[in-house]
Design a protein. Structure first.
Length: 98
């Protein structure tokens, strides 16, 4: 499952978007409201001379609170960054799901 764009004030599913820096990357938690639960979703951004590179991710994990979804999103983003390293943005594509 991969996400669609969100704006700076609201997450992809109506939640508030939150940002945290992980190393050189800006990670945005954008939990998606599904019924009474929140789905883990976010994006990882890397600023380059050519502009921002973005990787979006949505996972199957559901949480009863938005705060739990946000907290886990940051942990998952760190895992993605640690696993992929520089290759995460190695293709230079502006927007690609992970």
């Amino acid at each position: 499952m991969f996400g669609l764009g969100g704006d700076a004030s609201a997450g992809e599913g109506g939640g508030k978007e939150r940002m945290e820096r992980i190393g050189e990357y800006a990670v945005y938690a954008t939990p998606m409201k599904e019924g009474a639960q929140w789905r883990l979703a976010g994006r990882i951004e890397n600023e380059t001379a050519e502009g921002a590179l973005v990787r979006r991710f949505i996972r199957a994990d559901l949480f009863s609170s938005q705060d739990d979804a946000v907290e886990t999103t940051f942990r998952k983003a760190k895992q993605i960054i640690d696993q992929h390293g520089p290759a995460l943005f190695g293709d230079g594509a502006a927007d690609r799901p992970v």
